[in-house]
Design a protein around this ligand. Structure first.
Ligand code: URA
Length: 431
């Protein structure tokens, strides 16, 4: 192992056998944390070639179970977001592409820290079960075109161990390590094709556009080298997506978009991802055509019908989808007002996400319980004009003491006298 650390420290490439030796040795607890830590730091500084990143990805895929989706008919297209605040895109995209016939057999994660997870959001619906047997899962995708379940605990155990170690050794933000971590989970979940939503901006892993591009290109290369059609969009996370941050309230906003409501940023990102998925799934030839057709599907309410049928199939209370006012509601609705005036210049996603987490919408540590009824409704976003005393946001809380959340929220927002130019939601597409 020390020879391999030295080899990487000197900038050479590791062979497939060497990478497999490391991943298997670490998963099997034959190689100690301190040696893997040193190797991770060497990778952080010296990087990895495309071949090495692909080999690392496949070694992690083989460290645990893989899902065989061959019983699901058609091209299985998955999507992944690198994580954001208010990111309820999966809840919109999944029924939308299912409505045009792309089978969605999705495994999603839970939220941690300032970002939420699709599985937690779905559990805000009374009775919704995120655990199906493999047979139920395949059957539901074949009949309803859509099933979403929690990630199996036995998927990519090497990634779980490596991620935990990266977290405490300052080696999370390494492009080859992030790229292989994400792609290993997608490939182990059985995807034939993958659409990636790489976030950039203050609330994203990748703060700079160049970093996001680099990550997107690396993941697209991995996907292609492993025979999976892969496309990445780079989308903005300088502020939360949409107006709702939490769980029940994010379900509510997703339903509104599925009803055709113009929540512009959320609608654009959702339609773009769905259009790429529908093209990869073979339903349309061109992205532009797919985007237009999917706009019609969204406005017609067809995707909402697919969502209802999916919720029903997984035991959820459809009454709450028909009437989102029946979703869990917090005891207190607390208005947060502005003490100054001007145009909103910044509404940083991360401290807003932290404010929602402190209300109980997210987890500080992975064992924390979340409260589905709490969260934040934004009333202003970047570029909006605010008068003194205007409501900036509503906190949905089950306690009246929300001081820590207010502090985090107020730290996120800044006003300016100058009008703000709008910036694109999608910066680039990489394929
Ligand atoms: N998300 C992942 O799954 N892995 C990383 O390394 C970073 C973000």
């Amino acid at each position: 192992m020390s020879d391999l650390i030295l080899k990487k420290r000197n900038g050479a490439s590791l062979t497939q056998q060497e990478i497999e030796y490391v991943v298997n040795g670490y998963t099997g607890e034959q190689i100690p944390d301190y040696q893997i830590s040193a190797l991770l730091m060497a990778i952080y500084y010296k990087g990895m070639s495309t071949q090495e990143v692909s080999d690392l990805t496949m070694s992690m895929v083989h460290s645990g179970d893989t899902i065989d989706l061959s019983k699901v008919h058609g091209m299985k297209v998955d999507k992944h977001s690198t994580g954001g605040v208010g990111d309820k895109v999966s809840l919109i995209v999944a029924p939308l592409v299912a409505a045009v016939g792309v089978p969605v057999a999705k495994m999603s994660g839970r939220g941690l820290g300032h970002t939420g997870g699709t599985i937690d959001k779905l559990e805000a619906i009374e009775g919704f079960s995120v655990e199906l047997t493999r047979e139920e899962f395949f059957e539901q995708v074949n009949t309803k075109k859509l099933a979403i379940i929690g990630q199996s605990g036995r998927l990519t155990p090497a990634d779980k161990k490596l991620y935990a170690l990266r977290d405490v050794t300052a080696t999370v933000d390494s492009i080859p390590l992030i790229a292989s971590s994400i792609m290993s989970k997608k490939i182990a979940s059985g995807a034939d094709a993958i659409v990636l939503d790489v976030k950039t901006g203050s609330g994203a892993f990748m703060k700079s556009l160049d970093g996001a591009k680099d990550l997107a290109q690396t993941m697209v290369q991995i996907g292609k080298s492993l025979g999976r059609k892969t496309i990445a969009i780079i989308s903005d996370m300088n502020q939360p997506l949409g107006y709702e941050i939490g769980n029940a309230n994010e379900i509510k906003e997703a339903i509104e978009v599925l009803q055709g409501k113009r929540v512009e940023d959320l609608r654009e990102v959702s339609l773009s991802i769905a259009a790429h998925m529908a093209v990869l799934g073979g339903v349309y030839e061109q992205f532009e055509e797919a985007y237009k057709q999917l706009e019609h599907i969204l406005d017609s309410g067809e995707a909402l019908e697919t969502f209802k049928s999916f919720v029903d199939a997984q035991g959820g209370n459809v009454e709450q989808i028909i009437d989102p006012a029946k979703l869990p509601k917090a005891k207190f609705q607390i208005e947060i007002t502005s003490d100054a005036e001007g145009y909103v210049e910044k509404l940083e996603a991360e401290p807003v996400g932290v404010a929602a987490m402190l209300l109980g919408a997210g987890r500080k540590t992975k064992d924390d319980q979340i409260d589905h009824s709490v969260g934040i409704t934004l009333k202003k976003k970047i570029g909006d004009y605010v008068q003194k005393g205007d409501v900036l946001a509503i906190f949905h809380s089950n306690t009246e003491d929300v001081k820590a959340s207010i502090d985090s929220f107020k730290g996120a927002i800044s006003l300016t006298a100058q009008k703000i130019d709008s910036t694109p939601m999608i910066y680039e597409t990489i394929e």
